[in-house]
Design a protein around this ligand. Structure first.
Ligand code: GLN
Length: 398
């Protein structure tokens, strides 16, 4: 042991441990379980995308790109958003390339939340929101999605808690974070939901952060309703998206934030000292790849087939399936399984499922600050059919 002492200091995030996604992936690896926990594809991305990145590297595009992202990529993002959401973001003044969605979220929060400001989140909520607000010195005001139960008491669906949201908004509300398609529940916001949100914030100074990283994963013919498609909301929103999710390259950590000029100006002040910029060759590769709209327009059909395959297998179990209109997550209620473990809390159930049955999942309770047990866990179906089959074989023994 070194005789030198490291000075003690107060933690900036005293309540935060290691994120559940890392914990469950490590447990899955240790027990050789099939990892349907952390959300990432187990299949390769398109070779063409890799070739484009390689070509950029070989063409010596390896120095710092512009702080806000390369022009080609910002132009491509702007075109894509205009094409599908009918809103023009100026690529120079309104679009910034980020090191993934999570950095975009943290940077947006640091850019607009001052100590004492209130930020509303709707739980279950992605686990980076709350610590990001705390780092900015903001106060998290958490409300919960309404849990709708069926006659037998099992969770049937989730709904936006409009009354509570209305009550939570006041003159200290700096930001409201929404997430559609929603991780972990898979629910999606409708056009009417966006209208209702616009009604609630119209006479306030609240900004919106809309986490839309699963924007291209909506099923059964449904449409994703982006804040970009709603001019009134777009004027006060940071829109967050992720190429990792869309192009099956979660490890590349490239995403973007689109926001009106006044928001983008402040965003970039933080971004430049947060990551400065995002790696060059990936940006060139993504810019080429993005120019072919089919690469994202095909995604709903691609993932719907996986969702349906996984659902059909789960239908043979006693898990109760929740609706999955969007995302690559399938939530299930395990409370009616005919085994003693059905009484476990969600975290213990997931641990047991990983170590004893060999399938890792994520407890939905991890998306709440205060322990909230609904008997619901989340599986990721962004996997090869073979992986899903193997997992289903194991789950069907329950
Ligand atoms: N968003 C992914 C999920 O919900 C995980 C991201 C991460 O591990 N940081 O599983």
């Amino acid at each position: 042991m070194s005789p030198q002492k490291t000075p003690l200091f107060p933690s900036r995030l005293p309540k935060v441990g290691t994120t559940i996604f890392t914990v469950m992936s490590a447990l899955a690896a240790e027990h050789h379980a099939i990892n349907l926990g952390q959300g990432f594809p187990d299949f390769p991305c398109d070779r063409k995308l890799i070739e484009e990145v390689n070509a950029a590297m070989l063409a010596d595009r390896n120095q710092y790109p512009p702080m806000i992202g390369i022009t080609e990529l910002r132009n491509g993002i702007s075109k894509k958003i205009e094409r599908i959401y009918n809103h023009h973001y100026d690529p120079d003044a309104e679009i910034t390339v980020t090191a993934g969605g999570t950095q975009g979220i943290l940077t947006a929060i640091l850019a607009c939340v001052s100590p004492g400001d209130e930020v509303i989140i709707i739980e279950p909520a992605y686990d980076s929101y709350r610590p990001s607000i705390e780092l900015a010195g903001g106060k998290t005001v958490a409300i919960s999605l309404e849990v709708v139960r069926d006659e037998s008491g099992q969770v049937a669906s989730y709904e936006i808690p409009w009354d509570n949201l209305k009550k939570a908004i006041n003159s200290n509300t700096r930001l409201i974070i929404i997430n559609t398609p929603h991780n972990p529940t898979g629910m999606i916001w409708s056009k009417a939901d966006l209208d209702q949100l616009a009604d609630l914030v119209r006479d306030t100074s609240a900004l919106i952060l809309s986490d839309e990283v699963y924007e291209h994963m909506v099923y059964d013919g449904a449409k994703h309703h982006s804040v970009a498609s709603h001019p009134e909301l777009a004027a006060r929103s940071f829109l967050i998206s992720s190429f990792g999710k869309t192009y099956h390259v979660t490890g590349w950590k490239v995403g973007y934030v689109a926001a009106p000029p006044a928001l983008t100006k402040e965003f970039r002040k933080v971004h430049q000292f947060n990551v400065f910029t995002v790696n060059t060759p990936m940006q060139y590769g993504l810019a080429c790849y993005l120019s072919n709209a089919e690469h994202y327009l095909n995604l709903p059909a691609f993932y719907q087939a996986k969702r349906d395959f996984f659902k059909a297998g789960l239908d043979k179990t006693k898990f109760k399936l929740l609706p999955t209109p969007g995302t690559y997550f399938q939530c299930v209620d395990y409370s009616a399984l005919d085994i003693p473990q059905a009484k476990f809390n969600e975290a213990d159930f997931c641990k047991w499922l990983t170590t004893e049955i060999g399938v890792a999942a994520i407890p939905v309770s991890a998306f709440y600050e205060q322990s909230t047990e609904s008997g619901v866990i989340r599986f990721c179906f962004a996997k090869q059919e073979q992986t899903l089959s193997q997992a289903l074989q194991r789950l069907q023994t329950l």
